[in-house]
Structure formats: C-alpha cells, structure tokens
Design a protein around this ligand. Structure first.
Ligand code: COA
Ligand code: AMP
Length: 630
C-alpha cells in the first residue's frame, strides 16, 4: 500500500488501524479495544490491556532466537571503548538490577530518577525500571544540581541511579557532587541511591544512602517482568516549558510500545536484526525513543555512542561508527552535521570509510536548514529525511514514511503527517487556514498512541498548555504551514521556548535565574539566530536602583549563575546590563522586537510600545555583543 492509502485507512478507522499494529506486541492480556475517551478531550489507548515494556524490548527476543544478537553496541571514543551486549546478556543484566531494586523496595508505580551519561548501564537502569513497572525519569547530564533538584521534588523518586561522572571533550563532569547538591536542595529525599563508579573518577559514597552498583546487585534474585496496565506511565521526561518549572511529560506504556514498533519499519525502514543509530543522548526524548526503546522493541541492534560529532577525536567519527557497525539508518540533529561541516567542509574524511550499508539519514530536534541538508546529501549521496516531533509525542508527527514509500523530498519540509496525526494549521480564532497560509500548528484530538495523556502532577497545566487554546486540538507550540501536496513546514515557536544545538530550553527558566541575582531588578532572555547552534540565548538585565558595581562584573556573575543553576547545556554566554527594557504601555516586555533587533531583521515598531527610544538602546547593547552578525 502507498502512504496515501495507509494514511486513509488510519483516518477511516483509527481504532482498527492501531489494534492491527498492536499485533506486533507481546501482551499479557491483549487489547480488545484501542481508544478510551475519558471526556473533556482526554484520551487513553489500550488502557485495559496488560503488558510489560522490558519483556517486549528484551526477553521476547531471547525467547525468539535473538539471544546472541547484539542488542547494544557501545562505542565510546572518549574512553576508547567498544563492545557489544547481546540480548541474552542484556536480559541477565537487567533482571539482576531489577531484582536488586525490588529487594530494596522498588515496586510498580515507584519513581526512580536516572542521572547518567551515555553508557550501557544507563539503558540497563532504564529497562530494569520498566521490568518492575517502576516509572523512570532520566535527567540529562548537562543539567546542573538545581534542575535535578526541581525534578526530584516533582517526581518524588524512591531511588536515584547515577554514575560517578560523565565525560565531555577535555573535561570530566563529576556527577556525584551535583547529585549530592541536588538531594541537599530538594525537599523530597530518596530512600537510597545506586552509583555506577566509572574508571575515570570514583565518587565518594555516603554510608547508608549510596550503594555501589555492583555490590548493590551481589547475590540478588533476578526479577521477572511485571505486567502493567496499558495506561500505566512508562516514564516521565521533563521538558522545557514557558516557565522555570519543567513539564513532566508522561509516556503511557502500551501506546508507546505500539507506536514505536510501528515507526521502526515504516519510518526508519529497518528490519529486525539490522543496526540503528541515533546519535543523541538518553537524557532527551530522542534517546528514550530511539537509542533505547524503539530499536530494542523492534529487535534491532542499537548503537549507544558516547562522544561528539567533532573533537572525539575528529570529524570522521560519524563515518567511522556508521562504517564499523554497518549502520542502516542514522538519526541525528542538524547542528551535529553543521559541526562536521565546519571542521571538514568537503567531508574528505569520509573517503576513509565505507558507509555502503547506510540507507538514509534522519534529522530532527530543530529546524533543518537547507544548506545542511544539501551538504549532507552531497557528501554522503544518501537520502536525508527531516522529521518533526516533540518530547510530548515521543515519535514522529511529520516525516518521510521511507519504509512504506519514498516520496519526493522537499527541502525545508519534514514531509507529511504520519498515520495517527491529523495536522492542521489554525488561525488565531482556531479556524483551519487554506494551504500555503501560515498559522499555529495543531493536531486534531485524539493524539495517537504513545503521545502524552497528561503532565505528571499537573493535569491542569496540561490542559492549559496544550488543549485550552484551540478546543478539540492539541496545540504544538510551533507555527508553520501545509502546502498543496500536504507537506508541512515548521517556521517558529509560538512561545518562549528556544532551541540551542538541538536542545530545547526555556528562556523563562533563564530569566528566573537572572532575576534571582541580588543586583538585578528585571531582565529578559531572548533567542538569537546562530549559524552553528541554530539559536543562542541572550540576556538583558536592568539593575536595582543604587547598584554601582562595574557592569562587566555583574554580567559575568549572571553568566555563571545560569551555568551553575541550569547547567552548561544552556550555553548562556551573552549578557548585557541595560538601563531599560522595551515594553508595551501595559508593561509587557517586547521580547520579539528585541530578537528582531539582535537578528538584524526588519521589524515594525509595535504600536503599543511605551517608548520607541529604547529600541536604539537595545540596538547599541546587542552591538557590543557582536550582533547582529554579518
Ligand atoms: N553532560 C555535561 N555537560 C554537557 C553535556 C552532558 N551530557 N552535554 C553538553 N554539555 C556541555 C558541553 O560540554 C558544553 O559545555 P561548555 O560550555 O563548557 O563547552 C555545553 O554543555 C554546551 O553544549 P552543546 O550546546 O551541546 O555544545 P557542544 O559544543 O558541546 O556540542 C554539538 C555541539 C553540536 C556537538 C552537540 O550539541 C550535539 O551533538 N547536538 C545534538 C543534540 C541532540 O542530539 N539533540 C537531540 C535531538 S536529535
Ligand atoms: P523536543 O521536545 O526537545 O524534541 O523539541 C521539540 C521542538 O523542537 C519542536 O516543537 C520544534 O520547535 C523543534 N523541532 C523538532 N524537530 C524539528 C524539525 N524537524 N524542524 C523544525 N523544528 C523542529
């Protein structure tokens, strides 16, 4: 069947479509019904079925003869390590850790925070939680103590599993002091922690609270898989919203299994046994879905890569990994290719490697700029498929259904809506606009299996953030258009979320940190365009009356404050003291106008601006930071 036929068959009978896809999953109690309408635009999928995610990702492959196949290939240029873990070995490791967690009281529904780098033990920890029906929440290693503390207080974990350190090019990131600081800061205290000691750095353990990974598992009884209801949360993953409080996206168990399984063949075009590589981090949704869960659920080998596109050791790393491990489909963020292109513009290093096994390259996480797509196409000779999705959905909203049919690529578009998603462009009043017109991108409810049914601890915030603006639709927070052929174009965010090197960050969260500086009276953070990272955050602070300290000192303190409280991943390095911020007469800060000034774009002076003269002051301030560029 063609894409159009499959999409139509889904539209005609979504429940039948998803029940059929559910056939690929091994259930403890198979679903007889797909969709549950909970009223008030809330939905669940396969709510009454019983299933275990770890069983589907690991055990069933061992039972079905894949025990000796590599489940995970760990490739770590930063520690000069490479090895594979078979499905049988993975089963053994996961069952053992799950057994140890169970012996310490972790049960179905308990939360476990995982704060670990890109090592196989992280996948083992994730799957051990899934085995018990415990709800994991992975926190990205680039976040600092305070961000971890915020997540501890929201998720209220019984246990935290961490590693002693992460490795960034040129430095070791000591996780344990960050973890200790977070536990100290948080109101909620976990019962215990499990610490994986890496060779590079051994962490000091606190007696009675911290357990060393191996000793913790000594002599324990392996745990079997615990079947859970289809609507049981598989995990909570925090993502940036408009305010400093991150949103805890809830991932429902059964829909997650069904949708991810469907995506591996239909979107990524890989068959069981083939090697799949997503060069992201387990701390992000791409890592959850496409480093850990989906490839394993579908019986693929997943590459777990601990390194960077450049500098570990050089710009040939992507090509080496693809070649050595015979990667079939490769997934990364455009910024990673921009990094490679900057170092090796003609991709001369590719000549040393045979990437013949590779079928296609998939890009997501941020807007894929045409230059990067064309470059990657030219140097690799492979199809480059942009695809668009979010932490909230957990899998592709719009992409190229390469396993069904390869349709023409239109550069600048992540192609077409996947079955399950009725994507529409709405005007401010919520009315669909004609093809080719810009508007808010919304998805007609219900969303498909695997997408978020709510936010952890925040059902009202879920409603307000996603469902309230356009009744009957899910509001994506992105703006764009659909052309006559049904191809989608993503143009911009409609909120204060920015995208820095494929990382989703909240300017609101950075403003909260700056506002906490004792000398800062008010502030604004905007996203400015950056050739390499897509966007960079830029801060403006106004000082409290009477503060006479040198401005550059305060600016440096502000930069340090964001790094210390949010983390290095915020990449907050641009900050300027200004006398005033441009505002409307009613006192709203005109962030969009400021962003246009910093980007050197033409803009219309907002009719509501209180004092147009401030625009020149902002222009001068961005000028001192070297903006607009070019
Ligand atoms: N632990 C600790 N620190 C981390 C970290 C981690 N897991 N990840 C990043 N950081 C740090 C970096 O070391 C850097 O620190 P610095 O300011 O001291 O240099 C800072 O956070 C900013 O990191 P980043 O914005 O990632 O820049 P970078 O120069 O280190 O790397 C890329 C640039 C393009 C290589 C990298 O951003 C990348 O691979 N991005 C792809 C993102 C992605 O996979 N997104 C998911 C969707 S596919
Ligand atoms: P995250 O939740 O971190 O995956 O970030 C999701 C957001 O990143 C989306 O809402 C978009 O703003 C942006 N994004 C992700 N993929 C793409 C893409 N292919 N094109 C444009 N923007 C994207």
């Amino acid at each position: 069947m063609s894409y159009a036929e499959i999409y139509e068959s889904w539209k005609r009978d979504p429940e039948a479509f998803w029940l059929e896809q559910a056939g690929a999953i091994d259930w403890d109690e198979a679903p007889t019904r797909a969709l549950y309408d909970r009223g008030d635009h809330l939905y669940e999928w396969f709510a009454e079925a019983k299933v275990n995610t770890c069983y589907n990702a690991v055990d069933r492959h061992v039972e079905n003869g894949r025990g000796d196949q590599a489940a995970i290939i760990y490739d770590s240029p930063v520690t000069d390590t490479k090895y594979a873990i078979t499905f049988a070995e993975l089963q053994e490791q996961v069952a053992r850790l799950a057994g140890a967690l169970r012996a310490k009281g972790i049960e179905k529904g308990d939360r476990v925070i995982i704060y670990m780098p890109m090592i196989p033990e992280t996948a083992v920890a994730i799957l051990a939680c899934a085995r018990l029906g415990a709800i994991h929440s992975v926190v990205f290693g680039g976040f600092a103590s305070h961000e971890l503390a915020v997540r501890i207080d929201d998720a209220e974990p019984k246990a935290i599993i961490a590693a002693s350190c992460g490795i960034e090019p040129g430095r070791t990131v000591s996780y344990k002091p960050l973890l200790d600081g977070a536990i100290e800061e948080a109101k909620h205290k976990p019962d215990f922690t499990v610490i994986f000691q890496r060779e590079r750095e051994e962490a000091a353990l606190i007696d009675g609270r911290d357990h060393e990974w191996h000793a913790f598992q000594d002599g324990v009884e392996p745990a079997p898989c615990v079947p859970v209801e289809g609507n049981h949360p598989a995990y909570v993953l925090y993502t940036s919203g408009t305010t400093g409080a991150p949103k805890g996206v809830v991932r429902p168990t059964a829909g997650h299994l069904v949708a991810l399984h469907w995506s591996m063949k239909n979107i990524y075009n890989v068959d069981p046994g083939e090697v799949f590589w997503a060069a992201s981090d387990v701390g992000w949704v791409v890592g959850h879905s496409y480093i850990v869960y989906a490839p394993l659920i579908a019986g693929n080998t997943t590459v777990l890569f601990e390194g960077k596109p450049v500098g570990t050791p050089d710009a040939s790393t992507f090509w080496r990994v693809i070649s050595e491990h015979k990667v079939r489909s490769f997934f990364t963020a455009p910024t990673a290719f921009r990094a490679v292109k900057r170092e090796d513009p003609e991709a001369k290093m590719l000549a040393d490697w045979d990437i013949g096994h590779l079928r296609a390259i998939y890009l997501a996480g941020e807007r894929a700029d045409p230059d990067t797509i064309e470059w990657a196409q030219r140097v690799t000779g492979k199809p480059i498929y942009d695809h668009w999705w979010q932490t909230e959905t957990g899998w592709t909203i719009a992409g190229m259904p390469a396993g069904i049919e390869t349709m023409p690529v239109k550069i600048g578009s992540p192609s077409v809506a996947m079955p399950g998603y009725d994507v529409q462009i709405l005007d401010e009043g919520g009315t669909p606009v004609a093809p080719g017109n810009l508007g808010a991108i919304a998805i007609k409810l219900p969303l498909p299996p695997g997408t978020l049914p709510t936010l952890w601890n925040a059902p009202e915030r879920f409603r307000k953030s996603y469902l309230a603006h356009f009744p009957g639709y899910y509001e994506t927070g992105d703006a764009g258009m659909i052309d006559e052929d049904g191809y989608l174009y993503i143009m911009a965010r409609t909120d204060d979320v920015i995208n820095v090197a494929g990382h989703r960050l909240s300017t609101g969260a950075m403003e909260e940190v700056l506002a906490g500086h004792p000398d800062v009276a008010e502030c604004a953070v905007i996203g400015v365009a950056d050739d390499f990272k897509g966007q960079l955050p830029m801060g403006f602070v106004c000082l409290t009356k009477g503060v006479n300290r040198p401005h550059d000192e305060i600016e440096k303190e502000c930069v340090k404050r964001v790094r210390d409280q949010i983390g290095p991943v915020a990449a907050f390095k641009l900050c300027k003291v200004v006398d005033r911020l441009p505002k409307t007469r009613s006192g709203k800060i005109l962030r969009r106008t400021m962003a246009s000034i910093a980007d050197g774009e033409d803009f219309k002076m907002p009719a509501t601006i209180d004092d147009p003269a401030i625009v020149d002051e902002i222009r001068e301030a961005v000028g001192t930071m070297g903006y607009p560029k070019g």
